[in-house]
Ligand binder design. Structure first.
Ligand SMILES: NC(=O)c1ccc[n+]([C@@H]2O[C@H](COP(=O)([O-])OP(=O)(O)OC[C@H]3O[C@@H](n4cnc5c(N)ncnc54)[C@H](OP(=O)(O)O)[C@@H]3O)[C@@H](O)[C@H]2O)c1
Length: 335
C-alpha cells in the first residue's frame, strides 16, 4: 500500500459554467485511523449531475463543498484497515469518501455491499440512481399500464432506468435526449417507443406527434424549456415528477419557470411533485430487491460510461453537464 493519498480539491467556486480548472490535484499523507474508524480505498467514483449543485455557494439539500476541501462524491470502496469490530479488510462498502484514493471514515458512514458482477452496479442500478428511478416512477409518478410516460435526460443514468421501469409497468415510453445516437440507443436497445432529440427537433411539435393523447406522467430531470413545452401537453390528471433541473445547474443565466403555472395544472388537474430519493430510505430493501430481480432476469439494461483514473473526475463531471455521457458515468479509481 502506498503512503500517499491522491485527492481532487475544489480550487475555485464556479460562477456560471464549470471547468476542469475549478479543481486541483493534491497528494496528501494517508490518514491515520482513530478508534471506530475504517480506512477505505476508492474503487469507483459516481459522477452525478447533482455534484454541480453541491458547488453552489449556498446549501441545497446538503451543505456546499468548501473551497480548498476534497470534492464530495459517492464511492464504492474496499476496506483496507479497520479499527471497528464490524468491518474487515477486503469488504466492499458504499460511502461518501469523496474524490480521493483513500479515506478514513467512522464505521457508521459505511454501508456493506454484496459482491455482484459487475461490482459497479452498486453505484448504478443498485445505488441511489436506481432507487431514484424506482421511487420517482412508482411512488411519485404512480404509473398505470397503458399510460404515456415521458422522460427527459432519457439516455442518462436516472432517465434510462426510469423509462425501462415505466415500460416494465406497461406504459408507452417516450424519451427526450440530446443526440441522435442517444435516441437510437433508447429505441433499439432499451425498447422505448419513441425518442425526441430536443437539440435537433422542434420540441412542441415532436411532443404533439409522439404523445397524441397527451402525457400522463412526465419524469422531469431537466426543467427549463423542456418542462415549459411539456406542461402544456399534459393529459388530464397527469403527474409531473420533479426529479431534478439539470438545465439550470451549470449556467449563470438560468431559465426559471415554467410560465402558465398554476393555471394549466388547475384546468387539467395535474399533480406536480418533487422528491428526494433519501425521503424513501425506509423502503430501500424493497427497491433494491425489485431492481436486483429485474437485473437478474435481464429486464433492466444498465449502461455504464467509465473514465479511467481519479485525475479524470473533473473532466467526467464537466462532460456529463455537457451531455457527453450515455448511461451511468463512473470514474474507475482502482477498478
Ligand atoms: N431527486 C433525487 O433524489 C435525485 C437523485 C439523483 C439524481 N437526480 C436528478 O436526476 C437527474 C439526472 O441525473 P444523473 O446524475 O442521472 O445525470 P445524467 O442524466 O446521467 O446526466 C445528465 C444529462 O442531462 C442532460 N442535460 C444536460 N444539460 C441539459 C440541458 N440544458 N437541458 C436538457 N438536458 C440536459 C444531458 O443529456 P442530453 O444529451 O440529453 O442533454 C446529460 O447527459 C438530475 O436532474 C439530477 O439532479 C435526482
Amino acid at each position: 500500500m502506498t503512503s500517499r493519498n491522491l485527492q481532487v480539491l475544489l480550487a475555485r467556486r464556479p460562477e456560471g459554467r464549470l471547468h476542469e480548472s475549478h479543481f486541483a490535484l493534491r497528494e496528501a499523507p494517508l490518514p491515520v485511523l482513530a478508534p471506530g474508524e475504517v480506512l477505505v480505498r476508492t474503487r469507483y467514483l459516481s459522477i452525478d449531475a447533482a455534484n454541480r449543485v453541491w458547488l453552489f455557494p449556498v446549501a441545497s439539500y446538503r451543505p456546499p463543498v468548501e473551497v480548498g476541501a476534497v470534492m464530495d462524491g459517492i464511492t464504492l470502496c474496499e476496506v483496507v484497515e479497520s479499527r471497528d469490530a464490524d468491518y474487515r479488510p477486503g469488504e466492499l462498502v458504499k460511502c461518501d469518501a469523496g474524490w480521493q484514493a483513500y479515506a478514513a471514515l467512522p464505521a457508521h458512514r459505511l454501508r456493506r455491499v454484496e459482491r455482484r458482477t459487475p461490482i459497479t452496479h452498486a453505484l448504478s442500478a443498485l445505488g441511489p440512481t436506481g432507487r431514484t428511478a424506482y421511487f420517482g416512477v412508482l411512488e411519485i409518478g404512480r404509473v398505470k399500464a397503458g399510460e404515456t410516460f415521458l422522460v427527459s435526460a432519457a439516455a442518462g443514468a436516472v432517465g434510462s432506468l426510469a423509462g425501462q421501469i415505466a415500460k416494465l409497468h406497461g406504459c408507452r415510453v417516450v424519451g427526450v435526449a440530446g443526440t441522435d445516437e442517444k435516441c437510437r440507443w433508447l429505441k433499439e436497445e432499451l425498447g422505448f417507443d419513441a425518442a425526441i432529440n430536443y437539440r435537433a427537433e422542434d420540441l412542441p411539435s415532436a411532443l404533439t406527434r409522439h404523445c397524441p393523447g397527451g402525457v400522463d406522467v412526465y419524469f422531469d430531470n431537466v426543467g427549463g424549456r423542456v418542462l415549459q413545452a411539456v406542461v402544456y401537453r399534459m393529459a388530464p390528471h397527469g403527474r409531473i415528477v420533479c426529479c431534478g433541473e439539470v438545465s439550470v445547474y451549470d449556467t449563470d443565466a438560468p431559465l426559471r419557470g415554467p410560465l402558465g403555472i398554476p393555471g394549466i395544472l388547475t384546468i387539467r388537474r395535474v399533480r406536480m411533485e418533487g422528491f428526494l430519493v433519501r425521503d424513501h430510505e425506509a423502503r430501500r430493501p424493497e427497491a433494491d430487491a425489485a431492481l436486483g430481480r429485474w437485473l437478474d432476469e435481464g429486464k433492466l439494461k444498465v449502461r455504464e460510461d467509465v473514465l479511467e483514473g481519479l485525475e479524470s473526475a473533473p473532466r467526467a463531471l464537466v462532460g456529463l453537464l455537457r451531455g457527453e455521457n450515455i448511461g451511468k458515468r463512473l470514474v474507475s479509481v482502482a477498478g
